[in-house]
Design a binder for this molecule. Structure first.
Ligand SMILES: *Cc1c(COP(=O)(O)O)cnc(C)c1O
Length: 396
């Protein structure tokens, strides 16, 4: 290797080449999908060395797999982390990480606006294990700091939030978490490594639902966590024993999707910006939540900590859920489905998507209006997306 390798690669290049700098099988230029459950050894000493982690290699598919390892390495490079490990879904990555790092008597501080499934881990599952979970108002940073100071083993953050696109100040809250001796975790699913680097802002661990923007094609489930090596090692050990392993075929699809991550996210960010502008000027639209809009109450904070404002927005229309039920079916260029981050535009009310697990009263308590629509901009031409919205909203 010559010393020109020392120059760090841009994320656009890393998305294409990261983790793929050596051929795994018969000089195939593409990562093979290795479906083998076990890996064979003629030499028992070599087998044992790999099993003990003293030599590179794979033993059994619940632990590690060559296709899955390339996916983990690509995410590690994109997040500029010491280590990364994967899981079967985003929720598996989140729950395995929390369970690995917490124990009875420990205290976790988070916010009210985390992803619905994550929120349920805090309200239902962790308390059953004797872990205290405190959920604070998402935009009240003073209150979050006060709870951290009152005792915090894990500080769990997510920004921008789903579905109301609130922004957490990562530098400020991470510093507060570390002052209290906490491990700081950040769900970076909405921003992607292209638009936000939580580790560079101080976080210990960054998590993704790879199902969303990383894969980008709505055809594979997966999760990943990256960050400090000793923490990732603990989470890997928990996951390998508990068994929520990422499937090699899913890892292949995620890897294939990630080659265009930078292109897609750039386009989705541009489309979301134009759609948010359009919606803000529409007479039937009550409010638009997009961190890229100067009207967003935390626009300046978002501009400071993000490289781009992302492909997600939400908006509410006059007439609440009844109006949503009338105009949503009129959209031709959008899946009405519980997903986001795909190449196709995808829409849905939180009541059927991110917060389906939460009751109507619970959504109200979280400040999520029943007339809200979450909009995940795809990579279509923006003129077509706006014309489609214009036609659909004209029925109101
Ligand atoms: C979808 C999502 C998750 C959960 O991921 P799965 O892959 O569906 O398990 C977690 N966090 C955020 C922000 C999400 O959008």
């Amino acid at each position: 290797m010559s010393d020109h390798d020392a120059r760090p690669l841009d994320p656009a290049t890393q998305a294409v080449w990261g983790g793929e700098d050596r051929y795994l099988l018969d000089r195939a230029t593409q990562v093979p999908v290795v479906h083998s459950v076990a890996f064979g050894y003629e030499d028992v000493d070599e087998w044992q060395a790999v099993a003990l982690g003293e030599a590179e290699g794979h033993i059994y598919g619940r632990n590690t797999n060559p296709t899955v390892a390339v996916f983990e390495e690509k995410v590690r490079l994109l997040e500029q982390a010491e280590a990364a490990t994967s899981a079967a879904t985003g929720m598996a990555a989140i729950s395995n990480s929390l369970h690995a790092l917490l124990a009875p008597g420990k205290r976790v501080v988070s916010v009210k606006d985390t992803y619905g499934g994550t929120s349920e881990i805090f309200t239902d599952f962790l308390p059953a294990f004797g872990v205290e979970a405190v959920l604070v108002d998402t935009t009240d940073f003073d209150a979050i700091e006060a709870e951290i100071a009152a005792g915090c083993d894990v500080l769990y953050l997510e920004t921008p939030t789903n579905p109301t696109l609130k922004i957490l100040d990562l530098e400020r809250l991470t510093a507060a978490g570390h002052a209290a001796g906490a491990t700081v975790m950040v769900d970076n699913t909405f921003a992607t490594p292209i638009n936000q680097s939580p580790l560079a802002l101080g976080a210990d661990l960054v998590l993704h639902s790879a199902t969303k923007f990383l894969g980008g094609h709505a055809d594979a489930l997966g999760g990943v966590v990256a960050g400090r090596a000793e923490l990732v090692e603990e989470i890997y050990h928990y996951r390998e024993i508990n068994g929520a392993t990422l499937d090699p075929m899913a890892a292949y699809l995620l890897l294939r999707g990630m080659k265009t991550l930078h292109l897609r996210v750039e386009r989705q960010t541009g489309n979301a910006t134009a759609v948010a502008d359009y919606l803000e000027g529409h007479a039937r639209v009550e409010s638009v939540n997009y961190p890229g809009l100067p009207s967003h109450p935390q626009h300046e904070l978002a501009a400071r900590q993000m490289n781009g404002f992302g492909g997600m927005l939400s908006f509410s229309v006059e007439g609440g859920i009844d109006a949503v039920k009338r105009f949503l079916p009129e959209l031709k260029l959008a899946h009405r489905a519980a997903n986001l981050g795909s190449v196709e535009t995808t829409v849905g009310p939180p009541a059927t998507t991110s917060h389906v697990e939460v009751s109507a009263a619970g959504r109200a308590a979280l400040g999520i209006p029943e007339g809200l629509v979450r909009y995940s901009a795809g990579i279509e031409h923006v003129d077509d997306l706006i014309a489609d919205l214009d036609g659909a909203l004209s029925v109101l």
